[in-house]
Design a protein around this ligand. Structure first.
Ligand code: ADP
Ligand code: ASP
Ligand code: MG
Length: 451
């Protein structure tokens, strides 16, 4: 088993797409500032904003054999990177960056040959190009600015097992082995991309660069994991839907994980656990305003009572399962949940009565198969297009008033499901998505007194 050389100290800094595309000089300043400390920096970069979407569009148009569209989209990919290279690089290193984008274009063009059918394997290769290009260009940018740094390839160490879990042993051995050979204090790598159990290129899912950062932080026992984005931390409410929101200075791992899972897009939901397991603070910062405090996610602080934040997750489907029998006899819940397990479909919310169970799912890939099997034991009703509103904070269940405060403020909104009491930290409501904006706004007023 590999181990880290000489107790070296590490910090992981991850920059998201908007920062990578628009704030390169801030990124350089932030990195230079960190390098003043006697610490190694692992810089994890996303693709330029919009590029992963564009790569999805390219693979779809190749799949649809839409030659004109494919040509246009590839030109867009090329031009966006050339414009970016022109901004960042002035010396002979520019040629190397141009060679990298040309290589990507050639690779994609190989998939456009007539008679070639693009499978998910090649699609993943295309999707990986955004992060590969961004890290290439930044590596050259730092070198051009006389900042010593090394570029390492995430495809050499981030790996999934067959069941899609991380292959921690492989990751640990390979990452440490690679890192131990590097003397530079700045090491750049790609977020999001990885290999699967068969060695093919894969990824950690949309927004997965945050996850890459926390995996690396966990393995290197980093002092801190910084997630730099375009907002000043985790806000009390979704800034895309509510006008007046504010960043939360401190939040626990558990609360942050709930918010990330239930829609706070600023953080990929899987990011928390690897950091939490090693008790490494995750600090959310704004690249465009690096001196604003941001959000520190840690369990080291005393917990203050009250509501902290709300988030909303869309595309939720409710499945109402009404037993054919008069009562839910023992073994019934197991029979129901085994069906979801068989189809690898996670259940988010659950409510029960004497004869029925309602659950919510967001992955409807196997909805029909699940319904077919459930129909053997129950009457089924499916309600699509819901949102889960997740309210977090320290709201102890033995204190009166918290649930009332939530419900009172949205008394004119129909609530389809409610989950309360399973922990002291969460109330979840499931509503028709058409009410989401209104609910988020009303909760902003009642829970956080913002008018
Ligand atoms: P990056 O590209 O840096 O990873 P993302 O787009 O993934 O950034 O996440 C940042 C965005 O998340 C913000 O611009 C903001 O609109 C959105 N967001 C949603 N909910 C929240 C929240 N509770 N706090 C902060 N940002 C949020
Ligand atoms: N570029 C990837 C995406 O857009 C990963 C990330 O940005 O975290 O989903
Ligand atoms: Mg993100």
């Amino acid at each position: 088993m590999e181990s880290i050389k000489n107790e070296t100290k590490y910090k992981v800094l991850k920059f998201g797409g908007t920062s990578v595309a628009n704030a390169y000089s801030n990124i350089k300043e932030i990195v230079l500032n960190e390098l003043k400390e006697n610490i190694k920096i692992i810089l994890v970069l996303s693709a330029l904003s919009g590029i992963t979407n564009l790569l999805f569009d390219i693979s779809n148009s190749i799949k649809n054999k839409d030659e004109n569209k494919t040509k246009k989209l590839i030109e867009e990919l090329y031009n966006k990177h050339i414009d970016f290279i022109n901004k960042l690089l002035k010396t002979s290193l520019k040629e190397q960056a141009i060679a990298a984008i040309n290589e990507t274009i050639n690779l994609i063009n190989n998939y456009r040959n007539e008679g070639f059918n693009l499978t998910s394997k090649e699609e993943k290769v295309i999707l990986a190009q955004g992060e590969i290009l961004a890290t290439n260009i930044y590596h050259l940018y730092f070198l051009e600015n006389n900042i010593e740094c090394s570029l390492i390839n995430a495809l050499d160490f981030i790996k999934l097992k067959e069941n899609k879990d991380l292959d921690w042993e492989f990751i640990k051995n390979n990452l440490i082995n690679i890192i131990n050979k590097i003397d530079n204090n700045l090491i750049i790598t790609q977020g999001y991309i990885c290999r699967n159990a068969f060695g093919d290129i894969d990824n950690l899912g949309r927004g997965g660069s945050d996850y890459t950062a926390s995996i690396i932080g966990n393995i290197l026992n980093a002092n801190e994991i910084y997630i730099y984005s375009d907002v000043s931390g985790l806000h009390n409410n979704d800034p895309r839907y509510v006008d007046r929101t504010y960043p939360i200075n401190y939040i626990s791992f558990e609360e942050a994980a709930e918010l990330a899972y239930f829609g706070a897009k600023v953080l990929h939901p899987a990011t928390i656990l690897p950091a939490q397991l090693k008790n490494i603070p995750v600090i959310l910062k704004n690249t465009f305003n690096p001196f604003s405090f941001g959000t520190v996610i840690t369990n080291e602080l005393p917990i203050s009572e009250g509501f902290k934040a709300v988030a909303a997750k869309d595309n939720i489907t409710i499945i109402k399962i009404k037993s054919y029998r008069m009562l839910l006899t023992y073994g019934y819940l197991r029979a129901v949940f085994e069906i979801f397990e068989r189809y690898k479909t996670p259940v988010d919310m659950i409510t029960t009565s004497e004869v029925s169970i309602s659950v919510t799912i967001d992955n409807t890939t196997y909805l029909q198969e699940i319904i077919n099997e459930l129909n053997e034991i129950a009457f089924i009703e499916v309600i699509p297009n819901n949102s889960i509103i997740c309210i977090v904070g320290y709201i102890p269940i033995n204190k009166a008033g918290y649930l009332f405060k939530v419900l009172e403020s949205i008394k004119d909104i129909p609530i389809r499901m409610i989950a309360y009491g399973s922990s002291d930290y969460n109330i979840s409501l499931c509503i028709d998505t058409s009410y989401k904006q209104k609910v988020l706004e009303k909760l902003n007023k009642s829970l956080f007194e913002i008018y």
